[in-house]
Unconditional design. Structure first.
Length: 204
């Protein structure tokens, strides 16, 4: 399965996918890393791993989101991408783009969805008093942070946590979860059935 990874910044989840794909038995490879920001550190991670990169900057399409997204779509198609993985990609995608990649577009979000959609999830989790927090990989639908859930990982909220400590603990779990979710899809074991994902076989 050929992955296109969309980033805007640091790219630590991209790094987790790069590392996973380096294992000979991993059933996917990264065909392209696409950033909307030319200075995203993740682009350096990709270059170091010998992976093709592209920059499609939203600033080159002022007020023209359709053209921005059409350029991204064309770049992904040219690279033969089968599955688009959002990994800290900070632009909201239109229903058009989401429709172009229906059930071939996934996102990682730093909360146990459907709790804490949107930004600043760690502080909001602390403020709400939940004892568990975590991350979710889901198929993307036009509504932000909505869509059939593929996999989740929970981490405890511990006494003395602040948003940074909690974020670090969640991020570690993200780095394990994203490759796991990609593997399930690549092996054909995560099938969308209505609003749900049916998982076939056993999951560790
Ligand atoms: C992660 O927390 C991810 O869940 C969220 O944005 C952050 C991206 O971090 N969507 P990185 O760029 O992968 O390090």
């Amino acid at each position: 399965l050929k992955l296109g990874v969309l980033i805007s910044g640091r790219g630590s989840n991209l790094q987790a996918l790069i590392d996973a794909c380096a294992a000979p038995d991993f059933p996917a490879e990264i065909a392209l890393v696409l950033s909307n920001k030319a200075d995203a550190f993740g682009l350096e991670r990709a270059a170091k791993a010998g992976i093709a990169t592209a920059v499609v900057s939203h600033r080159d399409y002022p007020g023209d989101k359709p053209a921005f997204e059409a350029a991204m779509d064309a770049t992904l198609r040219e690279s033969g991408v089968d599955l688009v993985c959002l990994a800290g990609f900070m632009r909201l995608l239109s229903p058009w783009f989401v429709g172009q990649w229906h059930n071939a577009l996934i996102n990682i979000h730093p909360s146990l969805l459907p709790s804490f959609k949107g930004l600043d999830t760690h502080q909001r989790a602390l403020d709400s008093g939940v004892r568990f927090h975590g991350c979710t990989v889901h198929y993307v639908r036009p509504e932000m942070d909505e869509g059939p859930i593929i996999a989740q990982a929970a981490v405890p909220v511990l006494p003395g946590d602040d948003a940074h400590r909690l974020a670090d603990r969640v991020l570690e779990s993200e780095h394990r979860l994203y490759p796991h979710a990609v593997r399930l899809i690549a092996e054909g074991r995560a099938r969308v059935d209505g609003d749900l994902v049916r998982i076939e076989g056993t999951v560790p």
